[in-house]
Write a protein that binds this ligand. Sequence first.
Ligand SMILES: [Zn+2]
Length: 207
Amino acid sequence: MPAEPSPGFSGGIPLRSAGSNQRSAAARRPRASAPSAVEVRRSARRSRTVSAYREGDRTIVLIPARMSEAEEQRWVSVMLDKLAAQESKRVIGDSELAERAGRLSAQYFEGRARPASVRWVTNQNTRWGSCTPAEGSIRLSHRLQGMPEYVVDYVLVHELAHLLVPGHGPDFWRLLETYPRTERARGYLEGVVAAERLPHLPGAREE
Ligand SMILES: [Zn+2]
């Protein structure tokens, strides 16, 4: 099963320990009316970690009570960046994936590639995508989750093209030329493979 989208970053980031024991209690002062809708909560119990999460349209940042104003500002901006980065890697579900495949087929293949199913799989570690033309099924490796959209789209376009042309002959690659970021996406995936020393990527053999 693909992972569900995570609700927000909540892992602790260790701070450099400041040794001194707790200037404690005085420090509970929620900043209620910040215009940015960021609420900083200081906790005397929290001594080394900062964490943050979304609560409705607000962002809650939890920090140690003893933290200075300057540190607070720095950590709030670090945590906002982290949350934003994580949310941009939101995982799309199977139904959204199928919708995207439909849109890509319409855009690049005049709707001629019509998959019966498009879904994420976690048991596919040596291929980014695979396609069974007889069934019209397309499977994408969960390892693509979190990669840029144009890369996921490339793998979808690639597998959609296999519904029209099996194998990787000149006809196949001619079809792929219509997707403007084929080369860039292949380069991205090659980079990932090189970095991970994994053996395969689309194009090297039948997928
Ligand atoms: Zn292929």
